[in-house]
Ligand binder design. Structure first.
Ligand SMILES: [Zn+2]
Ligand SMILES: [Zn+2]
Length: 321
């Protein structure tokens, strides 16, 4: 049972759920003047709901989240759950620099599926083994427990979680978290399969291949999904395991998702390019007369899901920009 801050451990279902983006980039960190607006850190999203602090992926954005958590906790013990989608570098590299693991009062539970037949714990310890890092994972002072998941459905306190394989090289999953304020789906790395005869790949997802995914995502309040490529780039990168933005918007429309966040921005996409992709995504929705809201995930952005039952409860993800 995981309770965020131990001294403030009540599940507070009357409070809104929060989603914070700490890293939104794919593949490799991309700092520099061209990525200042959307940010250069890799995959890391924080969810606070029902008394839980749940971290989705441990990309380089995790370092910033760690600093924020320690400043907020003021020496109080932290109880954190980290859910990993897979063990590619851009989803685990922040872990050695996650400062809460260097304080003995903190507890971190890491949940994920096996990493490329070596076992999750072996893979995570590997990136901190000599000669890659000076401190071994088993030497950190905090209580870190790594649990390799076998089942697809589980609970994090009162938050119900479902996992589903993603279309991505190696073992990779996405998650849907059901909070008292609505549900959040997270697929940072996923290629939406497109129909072979679609003419322009990326325009229309292959219906049969996507039916199960549409069902899995159906009615999600928030979907955070890999939109690494535009339609033109996707033609050159088909089968690489990353999403074509046009196809992801189509998928979200079919799944009746309420708000979609473009995510896993390509390291070579500067802020202007991400903004153009967002504008195009919104045009696709307008053309389809859809009610889907689309935004591009940005480092530092907070999304609020109001408690169910309140006006717009669960359905109205309000962002800070
Ligand atoms: Zn990735
Ligand atoms: Zn990956």
């Amino acid at each position: 049972m995981n309770k965020g801050f131990r001294t403030n451990s009540r599940a507070r279902s009357a409070e809104p759920a929060l989603i914070r983006f700490w890293g939104v980039r794919g593949s490799i960190p991309a700092p520099g003047p061209g990525t200042v607006r959307y940010g250069g850190n890799t995959s890391c999203v924080e969810i606070r709901a029902d008394g839980q602090i749940i971290i989705l992926d441990a990309g380089t954005g995790l370092r910033l989240l760690g600093r924020h958590l320690l400043a907020e906790a003021k020496e109080q013990p932290l109880e954190l759950t980290l859910l990993l989608t897979h063990t590619h570098w851009d989803h685990i590299q922040g872990l050695p620099f996650f400062s809460p693991v260097y304080q003995p009062q903190n507890h971190l539970r890491v949940l994920g599926y096996e990493g490329a037949r070596h076992g999750l714990a072996v893979v995570l310890a590997g990136q901190m083994a000599t000669p890659f890092f000076p401190v071994r994972l088993r030497e950190v002072p905090a209580n870190v427990r790594i649990r390799e998941l076998k089942q697809r459905r589980f609970q994090i306190g009162p938050v119900r979680v479902q996992a589903r394989p993603a279309n991505h090289p190696g073992k990779c999953v996405g998650y849907r978290l059901f909070t008292s304020c609505g549900s959040v789906a997270f697929f940072p790395d996923h290629e939406v399969p497109v129909a072979d005869d679609a003419g322009a790949p990326g325009r229309i997802p292959a219906p049969a291949a996507n039916r199960a995914m549409i069902q899995f995502l159906h009615g999600a309040d928030v979907l955070i999904m890999d939109t690494q490529f535009d339609a033109e780039e996707y033609r050159q990168h088909r089968g690489w395991g990353h999403g074509c933005m046009d196809a992801v918007v189509e998928l979200a429309l079919q799944a009746k998702v309420k708000t979609l966040f473009l995510f896993h921005h390509a390291p070579d996409h500067d802020d202007a390019k991400v903004a153009r992709m967002l504008a195009r995504a919104r045009r696709i929705v307008a053309r389809r007369k859809g009610s889907l809201r689309v935004n591009a995930a940005r480092e530092g952005m907070t999304v609020i899901l109001p408690p169910a039952g309140r006006a717009g409860g669960g359905a109205d993800a309000a962002t800070n920009g």
